[in-house]
Design a protein around this ligand. Structure first.
Ligand SMILES: Nc1ncnc2c1ncn2[C@@H]1O[C@H](COP(=O)(O)OP(=O)(O)OP(=O)(O)O)[C@@H](O)[C@H]1O
Length: 338
């Protein structure tokens, strides 16, 4: 595997922030290995020596086929699994060497959204109890303030606060995933591992959840490790992408670059399976993605072809078609699909 061409990470264009400087690295994974012992003498090399970094405010998508090791990476990064070798540095500190107050702080700063909203919510607890438990674990709110925070979190993810006393089974799959997102947001994290947050949902609901995650990222300046199967979805969402194959990271790079000119034969095969965009279909898809179910609180100025603001617009049009300038700063008029 070592002979495989890996896109050179240092050649990537660093994400720019106001003032023209690259955002600092929030997460750095170095030489990460995770082997599982199935039975005596039999090991699965789920992750076999990978390196990548994620800058503050960036969406880094980890893609690859089933069994390539994506979920294992997400779980090691968040501290649920201990690595066999290597390091996960979060804000300069090794996640797996933290203890006491530092570990407690890390658990607040970094959260995970699980793939299966059915399995990840305790069916014996109401929504208020599920979110309340997250608040309590960090002593964040008490009494009336606690109820207020729970209602506010439900509103943020597009759920009716009056349904806080309901149980998970009383919600649809997409609504359950929103509860999972509210639980993750309860402690006001800055980094989220989203482990295939849409793959257990109906196609019609997937875009709504992606739209919600994109909006939250833009509004709160969150940093994501976004684990995904759906390459077409990731293309619109992520800044950079890493392609996993049999426990190895075979290619990383800016998303547009990797889609435009994949270097590794495995990535080339993977990308060739992504349908070539039909402009009419893509416009439709983009509208669904960006308008979704939740209306944006921001009213666009006149002349905008969209009814809602595209949270990632400026960056998308500036990067892909620099000649198309937004009418107003921060406002979408022409993304790469137009
Ligand atoms: N707890 C575990 N014990 C033993 N083997 C495991 C464990 N977790 C994962 N594996 C194995 O490690 C490999 C990578 O699994 P992982 O779930 O990380 O892949 P993935 O790319 O996320 O797959 P999927 O997209 O299907 O979730 C697989 O061969 C899997 O069987």
């Amino acid at each position: 595997m070592s002979a495989m061409p890996v896109r050179d990470v240092p050649h990537e264009a660093p994400r720019e922030v106001a003032g023209g400087e690259a955002a600092p690295v929030l997460l750095e994974v170095r030489g990460l290995k995770k082997y599982f012992t199935i039975r005596r003498g039999l090991q699965v090399r789920a992750v076999d020596g990978i390196d990548f970094h994620i800058r503050k405010g960036e969406i880094f998508a980890l893609v690859g086929e089933s069994g390539s090791g994506k979920t294992t990476v997400g779980r090691v990064v968040i501290g649920l699994y201990h690595p066999t070798a290597g390091q996960v540095m979060f804000d300069g500190k090794d996640v797996h060497r933290l203890s006491g107050a530092e570990l407690y702080r890390f658990k607040r700063r970094a959260q995970i959204i699980f793939q299966d909203p059915y399995a990840s919510l305790d069916p014996r607890m109401t929504v208020a109890e599920i979110i309340g438990e997250a608040l309590d674990s960090h002593g964040l709110a008490h009494g009336r303030e606690r109820l207020h925070r729970i209602a506010e979190l439900l509103r943020v993810v597009g759920l009716n606060p009056e349904h806080a006393s309901r149980y998970p089974h009383e919600f649809s799959g997409g609504q359950r995933q929103r509860i999972g997102i509210a639980r993750a947001l309860a402690v006001d994290p800055e980094f989220l591992v989203a482990d295939e947050p849409i793959s257990a949902l109906d196609v019609s609901i997937q875009a709504q959840i992606v739209n919600l995650l994109a909006r939250l990222q833009a509004e709160r300046g969150l940093t994501y490790l976004f684990i995904a199967h759906d390459l077409a979805m990731v293309r619109h969402l992520s800044d950079r992408i890493g392609v996993m194959y049999l426990g190895h990271l075979v290619e990383t790079g800016p998303t547009r670059e990797v889609y435009r000119k994949p270097l590794h034969p495995y990535t080339q095969g993977l990308m060739s399976a992504v349908p070539i965009p039909d402009p009419r279909r893509e416009r439709q898809r983009h509208r669904i993605l960006m308008e979704g179910e939740i209306p944006s609180p921001i009213n666009p100025p006149s002349g905008c072809p969209f009814r809602t603001r595209c949270p990632r617009a400026e960056e998308v049009c500036a990067r892909v078609r620099p000649e198309l300038k937004p009418v107003e700063p921060g406002h979408q008029v022409a993304c790469h699909l137009y």
